[in-house]
Design a binder for this molecule. Sequence first.
Ligand code: 5GP
Length: 127
Amino acid sequence: MPVTGLEPYDDQNIFARILRGEIPNKTVYEDECALAFHDISPQASVHVLVIPKGPYVSSVDFAARASDSEIAGFWRAVGKVAAALGLETEGYRLLSNHGLNAGQEVPHFHVHVFGGGPLGRMISANH
Ligand code: 5GP
């Protein structure tokens, strides 16, 4: 089933299972708000996913339902991850897919952190 980003949270999604420790991951950073781990299919030299610990389907769901402290904690964690990966000086890219046009695959809100070399200009798409 394609992910719309608007469906109810599915607690069997792969990131929910990673959060419960049912599936292993290569953790980069963890605190009370967020978990960061290497993407299983990296699209850049460095490709890390940062996910909130709470059950949010998409960026829209996270913005609507997460508490202020969860939102602040999550974005602080994203910054800490970039620093922990040593990407602050050379630069990096953040990306989050919501729903159909973005091709979201996993229905648990996440931010991709890309780095480790030049990333090109923005996105390539047919438009
Ligand atoms: P999306 O397309 O939803 O923005 O990105 C989902 C990402 O999750 C993809 O880049 C995909 O490679 C990654 N992914 C899917 N399953 C797993 C998994 O079991 N472990 C890890 N580490 N990454 C996964």
